[in-house]
Design a protein around this ligand. Sequence first.
Ligand SMILES: NC(=O)c1ccc[n+]([C@@H]2O[C@H](COP(=O)([O-])OP(=O)(O)OC[C@H]3O[C@@H](n4cnc5c(N)ncnc54)[C@H](OP(=O)(O)O)[C@@H]3O)[C@@H](O)[C@H]2O)c1
Length: 335
Amino acid sequence: MVRAIDLNGFGGPDVMVLAEVPEPKPGHGEVLIEVAAAGVNRADLLQRQGFYPPPPGASPLLGLECSGVIAGIGDGVRDWAVGDRVCALLSGGGYAERVVVAATQVLPVPDGLDLGAAAGLPEVAATVWSNLVMTAGLRANQLVLIHGGGSGIGTHAIQVAKALGARVAVTAGSAEKLARCAELGADVLINYKEDDFVAVVRAERSGAGGSGADVILDNMGAAYLGRNVDALAEHGRLVVIGMQGGVTAELNLGALLRKWGAVHATNVRARPATGAGGKAEIVAEVRGQLWPLIADGTVAPVIAAELPIEEAAEAHRLLDSGEVVGKVVLRVAEL
Ligand SMILES: NC(=O)c1ccc[n+]([C@@H]2O[C@H](COP(=O)([O-])OP(=O)(O)OC[C@H]3O[C@@H](n4cnc5c(N)ncnc54)[C@H](OP(=O)(O)O)[C@@H]3O)[C@@H](O)[C@H]2O)c1
């Protein structure tokens, strides 16, 4: 048996209880990880409330990413060995002492990082790289608008976009968060409570090629759909990754069509493990292209807080409070 956070029904943070669950066994193509730390994601809050069930076949336990040490190897795994220090993109199960994951979703801990910082990387790295680069094709000298610049996703996306040579605009709800975004490299700071992001982004880049953002990374969904389309430049790509502002909205196709624009909506968790656009492909790209930028310090993990796993409820409250900039991490063991 291993210790894990289990759910005593769905609801507020206190439905999470530390319990003993059977130790998972690695199957073909899988590895067993002794978990050092697990990243906390907004999706975990939704799963805890019963709004985001795990995909078929995934662990019912919370936790979409972890770091740790490989403790067991399934048949057919050749790239990893017991004792390797790793982090991994999970479909669930990270809030536990041990977790099983496909070997193709495992990454080495980047040079210079400790296991606490590495736990907060796989989910943001896979989400940001797959959306900004693989889906939206963000390139140097383009303007990208990142909504929620102070979030775990936002703080990572700012740095990745700057590393690609893009100009970065962000929205956030306070001057303090915007100041932190500026430290991470953001060029244009928009307080969404005071300023109209459409007007700011259009003014930022106007002239040949139209006006507005070439790429928008959106966490708000329905609430921002119309204004996001208005804020796109010609050939602009809107990528919706979060629905904090609802799921249903009206799309003005005329406005999109006149800009030859595109609206994408994607998620990482429900992608297949392998095949075109699957997790293995994303993780391989992340390892090849993004990991060197982390190893040389161009992109750094932004960890707002690390709490022991016994305080998972407090960690969820903290993320939900909106007071943190960057990631919250749960420490499971000192390895
Ligand atoms: N599709 C995927 O595969 C995928 C994967 C990972 C995450 N996500 C999504 O990405 C988003 C960020 O995830 P996370 O774990 O990094 O969450 P997080 O750290 O909890 O961040 C949520 C952010 O939303 C911001 N926000 C709230 N109202 C806003 C508004 N009106 N305009 C702009 N920003 C606003 C908050 O910033 P302020 O305090 O400044 O308001 C906060 O920084 C979530 O929506 C999550 O579901 C999607």
